[in-house]
Design a protein around this ligand. Structure first.
Ligand code: GAL
Length: 345
């Protein structure tokens, strides 16, 4: 078992068993019988990322069914350590993976991985945690699969603005100003930065004045969000009319705090999230969250798989319509309670 290898059994997910046919890249003219994809995730306990990986496995099985080519996938958990992740990539390259998919721990530190992959001529598909464009330019076999970050903030702001306009009781003190707190994901993550800025600017663009009471960084994490929200409830209490969370898990943590404080649901602030994870969708369905924004994990998983497959089998990637030859970015979708049934499994 490799260093920190997290999810077992995935290597055997292929419908067609690979005997020793092989991991190494095969010559173009040989018929490819199997490919090996190495994946490392920044934290296997992140709800959205783990659901994205589930979809990735589903599409890999489908692709094997369609093509007859066995797809072996090794998934490693970097447990929030960039040096662990670098060592995992080294191991995957030694194991002969044909392509590596990397959910960077530190999106500003891709250099070691890029250099190692380039020296072995193995393409890298980065996903979900976006490196800066200059780093993606460092070699012509680097790609990124993610989402259109800006949209998520805008849509979250639109959901909040709609709630304020449609229901006068949302403005608890009746001053015409939307008093809010915000729960932010990891500092420096592209989605935290963009969602924080655009959710708020979209509310004001919709003609609603806002007042920021407080904010907290809760690292995408439900338990941290509960603790931080409890502190803000102590400080601002009923003044809070809106809780904007950079993702669903933190919105759910905020709701945990509202429940723990025994605040009756009619008194709750509007709570909005992003992701549309299974638990997030359930919360929108029950009316606890006013809405969420769908982060298309199926689309991203399919994009990653199609791209990794094309690279591993030396196929032309032009059919994949990559932006600038390097990017796949999926759009977001707004989910209010009336839309939730289309998304629930
Ligand atoms: C975001 C997602 C968060 C978290 C983060 C990890 O796109 O909305 O919930 O998973 O990625 O990088």
């Amino acid at each position: 078992m490799g260093k920190g290898k997290a999810f077992i059994g995935i290597g055997m997910l292929c419908a067609v068993m690979t005997l020793c046919a092989g991991c190494g890249r095969q010559e173009k003219d040989d018929k490819v019988e199997s490919i090996r994809i190495g994946v490392t995730v920044y934290d296997q306990y992140d709800t959205f990322v783990s659901q994205l990986m589930e979809s990735f496995k589903v599409y890999a099985r489908q692709k094997t069914g369609e093509t007859g080519i066995a797809i072996n996938i090794d998934v490693y958990n970097a447990s929030a350590s960039q040096s662990t992740q670098n060592a995992q990539v080294e191991e995957m390259l030694e194991d002969g993976c044909d392509v590596i998919c990397v959910n960077l721990v530190d999106r500003t530190e891709p250099t070691t991985i890029i250099d190692m992959a380039e020296s072995k001529n193995v393409p890298v598909v980065f996903f979900n945690r976006e490196l800066v464009a200059e780093d993606l330019e460092r070699w012509n076999q680097l790609y990124y699969v993610g989402a259109k970050a800006l949209e998520s903030g805008i849509m979250e702001g639109e959901i909040a603005a709609q709630a304020f306009k449609e229901d006068p009781s949302v403005d608890k003190n009746g001053d015409g100003i939307f008093q809010y707190v915000i729960l932010e994901g990891e500092a420096g993550h592209q989605d935290s930065i963009v969602r924080t800025e655009y959710s708020v600017s979209t509310i004001t663009d919709n003609g609603i004045e806002v007042e920021k009471l407080g904010y907290a960084i809760a690292n995408w994490n439900r338990a941290q969000a509960q603790t931080k929200t409890a502190q803000m409830l102590n400080e601002y209490g009923k003044q809070i009319e809106l809780i904007l969370a950079n993702n669903d898990d933190m919105a759910l943590g905020a709701i945990d705090a509202l429940k723990a404080a025994e605040i009756s649901p009619e008194e709750w602030p509007v709570v909005v999230g992003i992701d549309g994870t299974d638990v997030g969708l359930e919360s929108v369905k029950s009316g606890e969250m006013a809405g969420t924004v769908y982060n298309d994990k199926e689309g991203q998983a399919r994009g990653m798989l199609d791209l990794a497959y094309a690279l591993a089998t030396d196929q032309d990637t032009s059919e994949l319509n990559l932006e600038d030859g390097k990017y796949i970015r999926l759009p977001y979708q707004k989910i209010l309670s009336e839309d939730v049934y289309q998304y629930l499994k």
